[in-house]
Design a protein around this ligand. Sequence first.
Ligand SMILES: O=C(O)[C@@H](CO)OP(=O)(O)O
Ligand SMILES: [Mn+2]
Ligand SMILES: [Mn+2]
Length: 564
Amino acid sequence: MGRSGLSWTLPDHPKLPKGKPVAVVVLDGWGEANADQYNCIHVAQTPVMDSLKNGAPEKWRLVKAHGTAVGLPSDDDMGNSEVGHNALGAGRIFAQGAKLVDQALASGKIYEGDGFNYIKESFENGTLHLIGLLSDGGVHSRLDQLQLLLKGASERGAKRIRVHILTDGRDVLDGSSVGFVETLENDLSELRGKGVDAQIASGGGRMYVTMDRYENDWDVVKRGWDAQVLGEAPYKFKSALEAVKTLRAQPNANDQYLPPFVIVDDSGKPVGPVLDGDAVVTINFRADRMVMLAKALEYADFDKFDRVRVPKIRYAGMLQYDGELKLPSIYLVSPPEIDRTSGEYLVKNGIRTFACRQSCVIETVKFGHVTFFWNGNRSGYFDESKEEYVEVPSDSGITFNVAPKMKALEIAEKARDALLSGKFDQVRVNLPNGDMVGHTGDIEATVVACKVADEAVKIILDAVEQVGGIYLVTADHGNAEDMVKRNKSGKPLLDKNGGIQILTSHTLQPVPVAIGGPGLHPGVKFRTDIQTPGLANVAATVMNLHGFEAPSDYETTLIEVADN
Ligand SMILES: O=C(O)[C@@H](CO)OP(=O)(O)O
Ligand SMILES: [Mn+2]
Ligand SMILES: [Mn+2]
């Protein structure tokens, strides 16, 4: 028995054996959609994934990966890696950050908590700075939450407010930044009408300014720090609307990569550097792309870049972003408490875990996806002697449409080696191509990305074959299967020049789950009695494949075992 009487011991599965190595492969951004020319998975040669599909309905099926099935506020919310990998790893559906912030704003509880009371101390003499992603994408942040917070804070005494925007173009259409800035400018002007000194103070594109992740490139965070905190940037404008319009007029401009800018007054002085006595709130609810800025804002000892000036501020996150690091220490809304994840259970039942991830370039990568997110937004190992996290460094300084193969084959080779080594019971992999290249909106490159992801799956499945193991192949949400914005009846939408409107974002599509391998008990097949399963049903399934029953409060397993 562990703390509060919790037993980590999982019951044995009545029919399935232990000891078969299991490969869990997550294709990032790989949904199921109608076959047409904007479905890059359909256009690409993907013989391996196609052959898995032939196993339907017993060994291949679809599950939901968006909306309420993964704890998002509504079924209009597309899936994303955080909620997708959370559900895959935790086996239960937790109300996610987006929903928790909605609830806290709607009930007003956000203004009663310690976090708000802490920043409020600065309202009398200081400025309230709000930093975050400006869009209604709902993956990292939402415009309507920012609008409510602006209203709520000003009604509760904030007299001087500065917003530091990050333009999106990744969860929403490229070019939509202009509209979002217009909306925000209107709101701020209304606040000014009520006597609040409220303005946008700085900005930049999310992938070039601030929102790096997994410590891939600290320069991204530094560019943001310089603009937001120091008030220094290569571009200076009188208004954010002028900034975004002018920067977008440059050749190859893209909302995701707009350069940093600051807004200056008539005398050329930045209107909103962060100063001693100010309050700062990072308004994103999603963790991964805020952790680095949170460290820069919070840590006294910090050597990732020269902060030049470290103002004495009251800093709160919209949420706490890392439960293990307790970062930030002060926050407005409590994060979902994702406990007792499948990884922790399996480690405590003697399963060794090998999570192979690729760290990406200019931004991301998904190193934390099958580790941090999988483990319930918890960094670090549960038990280092039983787990090994291998990072394959990504290309850096490029967008992935120029190198759409990324490191998929290297990831697959490392996974293969892990399987062949015999050291691991579970080899867990994220193949990022469909997602990372899909986000560039480059259809041709995304087709190449899907083809190579399929080749990577083959390498892993061949190794599973060699070791007599089991595989479970799935995805965290859709992306590459639909690259065009559509109307309600599914017809591609055109822009004013008659071109198609490229969809860079994730989708609402379901994702496949496929099982197989020589180690799979011959009687195992997908149940037909669960009507609308989602990603959260995968964890119990994987536990079964390891020979365990899942905890009783986990979403039910997808499989049953026929006697034969
Ligand atoms: O890049 C990201 O941050 C998101 C999209 O905003 O993608 P994913 O959820 O796949 O990580
Ligand atoms: Mn993803
Ligand atoms: Mn993505």
